[in-house]
Ligand binder design. Sequence first.
Ligand code: MG
Length: 283
Amino acid sequence: MAKWQVGVFASIDAGLGVHLEVAQELGVPTIQVHAPHAGTRTPEAAAAFLERCAAAGITITAVFGGFDGESYADIATTAETVGLVPQDTRAARLQEMKEISDFTKLLNCDTVALHIGFVPHDTSCDDYQALVETTRDLLDHVKANGQQLNLETGQETAEHLLQFISDVDRDNLFINFDPANMILYGTGEPIAALRQVAKYVRSIHCKDALWAAEDVRGTAWGQEVALGQGDVGIENYLRTLQEVGYAGPLTIEREIPQDRERQKADIGQAVSLLESLRSSILG
Ligand code: MG
């Protein structure tokens, strides 16, 4: 695949991403997709979606898992409900992630991705160890499907994410780096974080955000904004990706599904911005 192909986050049946038609109209050659709900994860659905992608000249580069009951209403609710961390749903979600990995294989894609949730800070506690074991269990299944698992950034600091990856100790665990999430969750300056975790970065999001006020940072959301209008510094972000040797797709994420017109317009501008920066940086 050519270096830095522009992409967009899309949805097969529901979710925050754009519909495939929008990706097609925007002329992007790659997408990441939200996994569809259980009833839609069939061989027939996979074949039909692949056929539409092929007709549109679009390659699927990653499939993101997600679960019923997750809520990003505020940071505290996110910590309680998202990913494999919440204990009550962990076993069921582990099973569902394995099914999503199987569906990803049907889509001929080698990358599954996930918001794992707020990894416990105390690495000596039982729950941290249990999460490490759950993640290993998932990674073994993912590996049998010939895949890697990329963890979305934001819910952990760069240091804590590196510690977790090291403790899990598997060779198919990597990172989907989202610079805006570091700002939204207040977990660290994104460019410094990118340099720290660079060797694990296998996919990325191009998303932008404004920091929350300093006194509430980490407890209240920052604000997601159109690419180029936030605090990430997109040119610096791309130059840093170049510096650390990242060659994968540049996947635009704009999470305003409640306003599909604006979402499409903002993504269209993001495509232009990325194409222009790409040509100036790569020459
Ligand atoms: Mg993201």
